[in-house]
Design a protein around this ligand. Structure first.
Ligand SMILES: NC(=O)c1ccc[n+]([C@@H]2O[C@H](COP(=O)([O-])OP(=O)(O)OC[C@H]3O[C@@H](n4cnc5c(N)ncnc54)[C@H](OP(=O)(O)O)[C@@H]3O)[C@@H](O)[C@H]2O)c1
Length: 280
């Protein structure tokens, strides 16, 4: 079984980016916006800024109180949209329940939408002309390419239909000529679909959801899930049983997570290049 080492691949590509940015006078600038004090979100935002610093991307963190309203958050984003010094805007999800997430995500200027969550960028992806691609699915495609896993013609099953992972993942696999089945909580006979799959991307968020008995020999398994139980991070995949049958597998941690952060950095570079016409 091949262990798809996202930590290593990400570190190698980040080093290349760091070397390239070293010689570039204008450093791309990412701004994150975090509302409230969700502990998980705090960790993710911190990791993103640390990586920016490591590779030489400027980053600014805007932390807003839980009581922030949709209209006051819109005003913050409008200011960032108009600021020529800002190349990429990331609104950390989930937002507090009282904020209209779809309104906020639609308000991010598409050219600065490095998360790819603006409906324009989502539509471009579905129509086969991607603009900014959501970071997690983009990172998974980079990982598969790095390991020379050609998905063309494969039967792929994506478990999960969220707008940040499941849907864009399915669109990317389709763009690479896989035959894609999307499963969700109402899917019937999921076992049958999984057993036929050459490639499974699991984005459910339930620890040990996918077991070795549910897959066929040689399946490529991508574990997106992150569930914290008593301070320990678990994926969707029951590692012991799946690793005995899979042809390739991403570990958790160290698989998809680092590739997601890599994609964020790549998208920020892309945004900066598009806005400034500086070849970064
Ligand atoms: N590693 C990373 O970088 C990274 C990035 C993003 C997310 N994640 C993790 O990935 C997981 C998924 O994230 P998300 O944002 O996509 O979550 P989400 O919005 O909660 O979506 C979960 C999906 O799983 C489906 N589902 C739930 N129970 C199921 C079942 N028994 N059988 C089949 N499908 C089922 C849901 O179906 P319905 O639509 O029918 O409810 C939904 O589509 C989470 O653990 C998250 O923390 C990791």
């Amino acid at each position: 079984m091949i262990m798809l080492d996202g930590k290593r691949v990400s570190a190698e590509r980040l080093q290349i980016i760091k070397n390239r940015l070293h010689d570039v006078e204008y450093k791309p600038h990412l701004v994150t916006v975090l509302v409230g004090s969700d502990p998980g979100s705090q960790i993710y935002v911190k990791m993103k800024h640390t990586t920016c610093e490591e590779v030489g991307i400027r980053s600014t963190r805007i932390d807003l109180p839980e009581s922030t309203t949709t209209s006051s958050l819109l005003s913050v984003i409008n200011d960032l949209n108009q600021d020529p010094q800002v190349n990429g805007i990331l609104v950390q999800l989930p937002l507090p329940q009282h904020i209209e997430t779809s309104v906020i995500l639609s308000s991010v200027e598409p050219k600065k939408d490095i998360d790819g969550f603006n409906p324009l960028n989502q539509g471009l992806l579905i129509s086969g002309n991607p603009g900014f691609i959501p970071c997690t699915p983009k990172g998974i495609m980079t990982l598969l390419k790095t390991y020379n896993i050609n998905v063309s013609g494969l039967d792929a099953v994506v478990i999960g239909r969220s707008t940040d992972v499941g849907r864009p993942m399915s669109a990317l696999l389709l763009l690479s000529d896989a035959t894609v089945t999307i499963c969700h909580s109402k899917t019937r006979n999921i076992e049958q679909k999984l057993m036929n799959a050459d490639l499974i991307v699991s984005a459910v968020g339930k620890a040990d959801f996918l077991k070795g008995s549910m897959i066929k020999e040689g399946t490529v398994v991508i574990d997106v899930g992150i569930t914290r139980i008593e301070g320990k991070v678990h994926g969707d995949v029951e590692f012991d049983s799946v690793s005995k049958k899979a042809g390739a597998l991403t570990p958790v941690p160290g698989g998809v997570g680092p590739m997601t952060i890599l994609s964020l950095i790549e998208n920020t570079l892309l945004a900066s290049g598009l806005q400034s016409c500086i070849p970064v």
